[in-house]
Ligand binder design. Structure first.
Ligand code: GLP
Length: 241
C-alpha cells in the first residue's frame, strides 16, 4: 500500500485527478469507479477543470460503488442522481457511459448479482475512488463485512445513518436503512484503488486501515491485500499515523 500525505483536500483532489488524466491518456474508455460523500468532491472538481482545460474524457465510463435501497426513482439524494449531478453531467458524458445498481428493483438480490456481473462484463474497474466512513467502512461495507463479499444488500449501522443524515435535511428518519454495495471482494477486483481521506474525523479510521491488522472490523484494511492501492490523506487525516 502506498500512502501519500498531502497538505489539504484540494491538493489530494488534484493529485488523484492527475492520476485519472494519466489513465485516460493510456486508456480513453477506462472504467472509473466513483464514490459519493463529501470527500471526493475535490477530485471531481479538479477533473472537471481538466476537461474544461482540454482533457479528453469523452470516452470515460463511470460506475457507482453503492446505492440506497428504496428511495423513489429520481430522488436527489439517491447515489445515481448524485453521481449524475456531480460527475457524469459536468464531464458531459452520456448516460449510456454510466452504470450503477438498481436500488429500486423489486428483486434487490437479483439487482446486486446483475451489477456484480455487469462490472465484470464491462472489463472490470480500472480505477476505483474510495472514501472512508468514520467506522472504517468502504462503499457501504460496514464493520464485520466479509473481506471476500460480492455486491449485496446491507443494513446500515446507526452511526452511518447519523453521518449521512446531513444529506436528508438532518433528519435520520429519512435515511434509508438498507443499501446495495459492491462487496469488498468486488472492490478488490479493481485494478487500482485510490482512497482519499481528509479531516481529523477520519484520522483513527486511517490509522487502523494503514497500520492495523487486516480485519473485517475495519473494512478499509482490506486495501492492504491489494497489489495497487494508494491512500491519499491530508495532514489532519494523517495525524494518527
Ligand atoms: C458513505 C458512502 C461512502 C463514503 C462515506 C464517507 O457512507 N457510502 O462511499 O466513503 O459515506 O463519506 P464522506 O466522504 O462524506 O465522509
Amino acid at each position: 500500500m502506498e500512502v501519500v500525505i498531502v497538505k489539504d483536500a484540494k491538493a489530494g483532489g488534484e493529485l488523484i485527478a492527475g492520476a485519472i488524466a494519466d489513465l485516460l491518456a493510456r486508456k480513453p474508455d477506462a472504467l472509473l469507479g466513483v464514490a459519493t460523500g463529501s470527500t471526493p468532491l475535490p477530485i471531481y472538481d479538479a477533473l472537471i477543470a481538466k476537461v474544461r482545460g482540454g482533457l479528453d474524457a469523452s470516452r470515460a465510463r463511470i460506475c457507482q460503488l453503492d446505492e440506497y435501497v428504496g428511495l423513489p426513482a429520481g430522488h436527489p439524494e439517491s447515489y445515481r442522481a448524485t453521481v449524475l449531478r456531480q460527475v457524469v453531467e459536468p464531464l458531459g458524458l452520456p448516460a449510456e457511459q454510466f452504470m450503477g445498481p438498481d436500488g429500486s428493483a423489486e428483486d434487490v438480490q437479483g439487482a446486486c448479482e446483475a451489477y456484480d456481473k455487469a462490472l465484470a462484463e464491462a472489463g472490470g474497474v480500472d480505477l476505483q475512488i474510495l472514501g472512508i466512513g468514520t467506522d472504517g467502512h468502504i462503499g457501504f461495507n460496514e464493520p464485520c463485512s466479509s473481506l471476500a463479499s460480492r455486491t449485496r444488500i446491507k443494513t446500515l449501522i446507526e452511526q452511518t445513518r447519523i453521518d449521512n443524515a446531513r444529506f436528508f435535511d438532518n433528519d435520520i428518519e429519512q435515511v434509508p436503512h438498507h443499501v446495495i454495495t459492491q462487496g469488498i471482494g468486488t472492490i478488490l477486483d479493481a485494478r487500482h484503488l485510490v482512497l482519499l481521506a481528509t479531516g481529523e474525523g477520519k484520522a483513527e479510521a486511517v490509522a487502523q486501515t494503514v497500520e492495523g491488522p487486516v480485519a473485517s472490523l475495519v473494512p478499509a484494511s482490506a486495501l492492504q491485500l491489494h497489489p495497487h492501492a494508494t491512500v491519499v490523506v491530508d495532514e489532519a487525516a494523517a495525524s494518527k499515523l
